[in-house]
Design a protein around this ligand. Sequence first.
Ligand code: GDP
Ligand code: MG
Length: 788
Amino acid sequence: MNEVIGMNLREIQEGQSACVVTVGGSGALRQHFLDMGIIPDTEIKVVQYAPMGDPVEICLHGYELTLRLDDAEKIEVAPVSAAARRSAGRQEPAGEHLGLGEGGRFHAKGSGDPLPDGTLLTFALVGNQNSGKTTLFNQLTGARQHVGNFPGVTVDRKDGPILGHRNTSVTDLPGIYSMSPYSSEELVSRDFVLHDKPRGIINIVDVTNIERNLYLTMQLLEMGTPVVVALNMMDELTGNGGSVDVNTMENMLGVPVVPISAAKNQGVQELVDHAIHVAKFQERPQRQDFCSETEHNGAVHRCLHAVIHLIEDHARAAGIPVRFAACKAIEGDQLIIDQLGLEENEKETLEHITLQMERERGLDRSAAIADMRFSFIMKVCDACVRKPGESREHTRSRKLDRVLTGKYTGIPVFIAVMGLVFYLTFNVIGAGLQGLLETGIEALTGIVDRALASAGVNAALHGLIIDGVFAGVGSVLSFLPIIVTMFLFLSLLEDSGYIARVAFVMDKLLRKLGLSGRSIVPLLIGFGCTVPAVMATRTLPSQRDRRMTILLTPFMSCTAKLPIYAFFVDAFFPRHKALIMIGLYLLSMLIGVLIALLYKKTLFKGEAVPFVMELPNYRLPSVRSTLQLLWEKSRDFLQRAFSVILIATIVVWFLQSFNFRFDLTGDPQESILASVSGLFAPLFSPLGLGDWRIVTSLISGFMAKESVVSVLEVLFGAQGGVAAVMSSLSAFSLLVFSLLYTPCVAAVASVRRELGRRWALYVVVWQCAVAWIAALLVRLIGLAAGAL
Ligand code: GDP
Ligand code: MG
């Protein structure tokens, strides 16, 4: 094998295959590679390089992954040899098996010592990403869901009782590939299983991708918690002529296996019955031992069992499943080793045993364990799974990808798709609904207004209701149609599998800014509206990426600022309209890029989460899940509209309508807001914007950017008035300032929801500071140029 040393995956051409020799790198990332199935002797095919040349899409065990070139470089490969691991699964037709339900044949305890009636049966829904967890969760719980966060992190947590079963609760966990957590979401899932100790685990397995999905199953079985395996996407497998011998699989895994189709609601009832049974009777997996006594001289087997005996008492004392702890200890998982509290000589023994195994096995510890698991999976798949040739869905995905991620078509298609989404959201559907809603709100306001007037309600209360509550909440509510429409498209794109492709196509670009490809979507939505943009960052895989992306979205100039630009460009630069508009957008993006580079060096040092991502087959999203998501997002937004935003609106209304003697005043110049603006005016003088009326309008822009223009019109009366008090240079400063200063209260409220109060405050102050500096620079440059 010596002649091939030095060749790495990066050197393989598109369409060529190679065989993994070693996996380089270290720590969590390397473990992640191994867990994703990149282990020695695996055959890998390079499918394509992204349009910008990085990352690369590879295919192994019949599924597609993307890797960055830097990471691909660490994987040493050789030409495909006879020894290469075949993709498992028989191709020849096997015996008939219908595979729906075994009537409890595989339950060890049909009766005897169940948990007492009335015990809450808690279930965790665990599985790979895109395996159909959320679809199944929606089927299990219907609309009775509770949405919240996991403590300490903004990772969506959904719980709900199983329909028709009181005293049950299922939790939808973030998708994970293995119990060696990689991102903060994965840590959440592992901690939930380890520490919240659900009564049972529903392990959802994508049967079209069974090798990789079973890897997690192996680890769940080691935990000793009662498990039911749900083989999802059976409709796709059988539709292509494949099948699974469920009985044999149950025998080999030692747990009930139920074939289902979550999207078609087939087999779900069966699954529920089994899940409740294993939890009620606390039936633990009957098999936890997957190491072979004979393969490779039983090196891994002997090592594992020696370590199990070594740490047994410690694991029990620490409340960690023994077998799981042993694997982790061998892999060198420091977190687990610390929790075990081994003595010094025990640690030495552990190291000796492991070294001995590495020598005998010829693989390092992590690879050896991963290899042991995959070997077992191959055996299971060989015995139980009859795979179709290439499935229709996969062929279709491959064809679609030729265009959607193609070298010359990938980026144009992406731009076109986003363009269409924007057009439909902001010009057609969303805007239409918005018009409708606004008309409705106006009509309602009119009715209430007249009713209040005829009832002779006092003027202050009348003003509060009409100008404060109705006007404020009404203007915020009018965002709702846009948000709902935007999320409709987003969820369609996400669930169909396109967003993963976008991340693949755009990764190289975004990586230069210290982000990963996935951030491009929220950032683009920011050009529409910051609120859904911030909400869309939920799907980003790491806390760091999410935070950084949220802090960058305000630099994407939202559509609500357009009226401001139009107003001033009309008044001051009527002959250079388009030029100035485009210039403003370019300027905000340029500043956004500079800030991103600054963040990368300071607040957010380090790399974006390495990009080992699955490219799932394109699938038709389920209507039910989509509606569920829209409902959640709207509810989320409405709750905010009626809390934070309502209060803010009332405060601003109050400042605007009262003078310091707390009398209602009709003259804006006398209002508290005018006095406050007067206080701020000196701050704006260096920008050439010292007029209190301009400051007032900017402050009101905090409510909604649209109101900047309406306040200006009230205070100055049409464009001419403004033109009289400002030079064109000041107008330009103002444009730059409004381009960058604090996002509106609705956007700040979303930031607060995602990142907390401190970051929300940070956004307000920081954006104002950046805007002020930029506007000042514009003015200084302008003055200098004028003086020449
Ligand atoms: P999650 O990432 O695990 O939460 O997966 P989702 O529930 O979002 O499902 C991913 C995609 O698979 C969606 O487009 C679903 O509509 C689709 N899907 C889920 N279950 C099935 C199934 O049983 N059959 C088919 N054909 N598609 C499914
Ligand atoms: Mg999900």
